[in-house]
Design a protein around this ligand. Structure first.
Ligand code: AMP
Length: 445
């Protein structure tokens, strides 16, 4: 199969030739003809599957072949994405694909001045990539009109819901023309996504290119159990032992990112961090330097790392496990792309046991444990398996007291007798159920 047999026009084929794309990926093979035929789409596809070209190529073709010329402040196709990084990345891909077409494309996102964006929109754009919050700001300030909108794409829809964009999406949805084509792309096909799809899509074609929620099997995954306070020390130990060269590290919070970067820099290790509090330019610079191998260790939160296009990353380290199990799949999707093998190591402490269990259940595999001598945790991480069970070890029965007192028996505890009781898991791996209209706003990690 070739891109030509999928029905793409010559200017797009030429652009693909320049980029060196020879064969359509499975998601492209399915999505391109369907979008060209005007169908709505609901596609479960992870980053790395070629999904961006899957929607962007036919979309650009429709814009070039059909519809009126764009008028002032109007937009004909809208791609909504969860983060600025993804907005830039998707727009960059679109720009390359549209190189030989007379179309205007642009990307808008928050965290930068709105005025240049308003100026740019004055003459109208054919295709706009946007994060939901900034798009609404522009709409409310009359910098944008949707009367010419013919296609809406929701990219990484699950992530938009996780980040609390459900209210913005509902507001945007209300402002759009009812008659339009809608394409929904999501790494995971959760029930929340199906609910969203039910509201936004019209008789969609469902595409699923990788097994649902199954982590890339080209990635060697394992965990090391450790006490929470010793994670930084263990990280440095593993780094030196494994002679790690380029590592993307995920931490749960912005403070966690800063603390680890500070610790590593203090040891003379070339590390940098990216998170939502850092200005866009700073994040981009850190990322560019990481790609050029000028930075060895890049520590990121899930949101900041979203949409980072780093190819052939050999190793991803989860310094903390993600709160939302699906993020584990996104994280390890950064390595082992396109058939190359990668490695994903997670440092797991006792109060992350429920998170671990949720990940194993989602990926339907028990993650291999590898103990690191001298780092065995005082607070044991209970055994888990892909059934979602935390396997509790009963306490050894106490010898009956000679006094015959009726003390409570505690057979349900999962610590060995004599072992200090670990802290109770503080975070439950509950996936936030988005209420499409009223969900709480939680945009930054
Ligand atoms: P995506 O899943 O859209 O983030 O794409 C992942 C990477 O694959 C990007 O770097 C694309 O440029 C690249 N890519 C997408 N489609 C193809 C293709 N058909 N052939 C070669 N590379 C591709």
């Amino acid at each position: 199969m070739t891109f030509a047999t999928l029905g793409l026009i010559e200017p797009l084929l030429r652009a693909l030739e320049t980029l060196g794309y020879q064969t359509p990926t499975p998601v492209q093979a399915q999505a391109i003809p369907a979008v060209l035929a005007g169908r709505d789409l609901m596609a479960a596809a992870q980053t790395g599957t070629g999904k961006t070209a899957g929607f962007a190529l036919p979309l650009l073709q429709l814009l070039a072949m059909e519809g009126p010329k764009v008028t002032a402040n109007s937009v004909r196709a809208l791609i909504l994405v969860p983060t600025r990084e993804l907005a830039e990345q998707v727009h960059e891909a679109v720009r390359q694909y549209a190189e030989n077409l007379p179309l205007r494309t642009y990307a808008v996102y928050g965290g930068v001045s709105i005025n240049p964006q308003m100026m740019k929109l004055r003459s109208g754009v054919d295709l706009l990539v946007a994060t939901p919050g900034r798009l609404l700001d522009l709409f409310r300030q009359n910098a944008l009109k949707f009367n010419q909108l013919q296609t809406l794409v929701l990219d990484e829809a699950d992530r938009m819901l996780d980040l609390g964009f459900s209210e913005e999406l509902a507001n945007i949805y209300r402002a759009l023309p009812k008659k339009r084509q809608t394409l929904l792309f999501s790494a995971t096909f959760s029930d929340d996504i199906r609910l969203l799809a039910g509201q936004m899509l019209n008789d969609p074609l469902s595409i699923e290119v990788s097994p649902r929620n199954v982590a890339a099997n080209t990635v060697k995954q394992w965990i090391v159990t450790v006490d929470k306070k010793r994670k930084p020390e263990l990280f440095v130990h593993l780094m030196r032992k494994g002679k790690w060269k380029q590592v993307l590290v995920f931490a749960k919070t912005r403070n966690g990112v800063d603390a680890l970067v500070e610790k590593l820099q203090g040891l003379g290790i070339n590390a940098d961090g990216i998170h939502g509090d850092k200005p866009q330019a700073t994040r981009q610079r850190a990322l560019d330097r990481f790609k050029l191998s000028e930075v060895q260790i890049l520590v990121a939160t899930d949101v900041a790392a979203r949409g980072l296009d780093i190819e052939d990353l050999p190793l991803v380290v989860n310094f903390d496990l993600p709160i939302v199990a699906e993020d584990y799949i996104h994280r390890i999707g950064r390595t082992g792309r396109a058939g190359s093998t990668g490695e994903a190591i997670s440092l797991v402490c006792a109060d992350e046991v429920n998170l671990l269990s949720a990940i194993e259940m989602l990926t339907r595999q028990t993650l291999k444990r590898q103990n690191e001598p001298d780092f065995e945790p005082e607070h044991r991480v209970p055994d888990t398996d892909a059934s979602g069970q935390v396997i509790k070890k009963p306490k050894k029965p106490k010898k009956p007291k000679t006094s015959g007192g009726g003390g409570k028996r505690n057979l349900g505890k999962w610590v060995d007798s004599g072992e200090a009781a670990p802290p109770e898991p503080s975070i439950k791996p509950v996936r936030k159920v988005p209420v499409f209209n009223t969900g709480p706003r939680k945009r930054k990690p």
